[in-house]
Design a protein around this ligand. Structure first.
Ligand code: IPM
Ligand code: MN
Length: 372
């Protein structure tokens, strides 16, 4: 398969983790006889610095004319600490989501066996968890009217949903559930919010088209508790934008580290793949950031194009790395492996290189690659 992939590394640890995902994809192309062409472009704070805009036209045009976008992270403390800033890095991501028509964000929540001890949750609780989050990405409180009065003392954010927006994602969630354990859990706040009541009505109607799938409803406050206390009950979690944002980060705890969580954002004609973790500015440039979420996002990219064997190889590589403890410090505080070494291990595994045993905690130190 020929794929043209836009690489938007962004800010913070984005560039270093995306580099490892590209290494994994390049190794996959070699082994499975594909041609993947990568083209890099600016986004976020890095783009504001160079062009004054978080999403320069050149970047947008590239993304509109590629098969997929591989995204790193976006944001910078400089803007976080300045509530007055009119131009913010995150706007680049919103503009991109809008321009590419990305309306659903998916995250698989399934802990790797080797990481069951890394989660602060008890092993018995998380073992066997396997659910998919379907977060609506194009509407809700993120996108509608925002106001602040002249005195700067009263602010509003409008939360709006249309039936059409809900229908689109609901069908996808039910179709996904049909291929899994056939349960959709709609998470809302229908006891308080009008938009949630619209979600319930529309999703209930959609469920009639999928009689083999069970639909249940949870209020978001209860869902937050249930996901942590009894995560195994979930199969497909369907929810609106802001609830999905919060529940996604929370669910990452089940996977052992937010550094493990990959995501795909899909529209009718475009798709973007990104790790769930943010820019992690404290780790930038130190070769300590966990690259697995970015590498696994590359796995979701392969899956999206129907390259299942290739995606499985990436999963197997990550599983092997975890089993051999070739992981970054967030997963093993004593680890001497850095971002680059973990990325080297993954691409070598995909390439079936036989020097994997050289990856051994004793002959590596952070900052030094073992590949010569
Ligand atoms: C995410 C992120 C973004 C969001 C931020 C960076 C604006 O947290 O992709 O989940 O809230 O959507
Ligand atoms: Mn988020």
């Amino acid at each position: 398969m020929n794929l043209k992939i836009a690489v938007l590394a962004g800010d913070g640890i984005g560039p270093e983790v995306v580099l490892q995902a590209m290494k994994a994809l390049k190794a996959t192309a070699v082994m499975f006889d594909h041609e993947f062409i990568f083209e890099e472009a600016l986004v976020g704070a890095a783009a504001i610095e160079k062009t004054g805009k978080p999403l320069p036209e050149q970047t947008l045009n590239l993304c509109l004319n590629t098969d997929a976008v591989l995204f790193g992270a976006i944001g910078d403390l400089k803007y976080d600490n300045d509530p007055e800033a009119k131009i913010r890095p995150e706007q680049g991501l919103f503009q991109l989501r809008k321009a590419l028509g990305l309306f659903v964000n998916n995250k698989p929540i399934k802990p790797y066996d080797g990481l069951l001890e890394s989660s602060p949750l008890k092993k018995e609780i998380i073992e066997g968890t396997d659910f998919l989050i379907y977060r609506e990405l194009s509407g809700g409180i993120y996108f509608d009217e925002k106001t602040i009065n002249d005195e700067g003392t009263i602010a509003t954010d409008l939360c709006k949903y249309t039936e059409e927006q809900i229908l689109k994602i609901a069908h996808l969630a039910f179709q996904a559930a049909q291929k899994r354990r056939k349960i959709v859990s709609l998470i809302d706040k229908a006891n308080v919010l009008e938009t949630s009541r619209l979600w319930r009505k529309v999703v209930t109607t959609v469920s009639k088209d999928y009689p083999d799938v069970e639909l249940n409803y949870l209020y978001v406050d209860n869902a937050a508790k249930q996901i942590i206390a009894k995560p195994k009950q979930f199969d497909v979690v369907l929810t609106e934008n802001l609830f999905g944002d919060i529940l996604s980060d929370m669910s990452s705890i089940i996977t052992g580290s937010i550094g493990m969580l990959a995501s795909s954002s899909i529209g009718d004609t475009h798709a973007l793949f990104e790790p769930v973790h943010g820019t992690f500015p404290q780790a930038k440039g130190k070769n300590i950031a966990n690259p697995f979420a970015s590498i696994l996002s590359a796995g979701l990219l392969l899956e999206y194009f129907g390259l299942h064997k290739e995606a499985k190889k990436i999963h197997d590589a990550v599983e092997k790395a975890i089993a051999l403890k070739v992981v970054t410090m967030d997963l093993n505080p004593e680890s001497k492996f850095g971002t680059n070494e973990v990325g080297d291990f993954i691409s070598n595994f995909i390439l079936d290189k036989d020097d994997l045993l050289y990856f051994n905690n004793d002959n590596v130190s952070i900052g030094q690659s073992t590949i010569v």
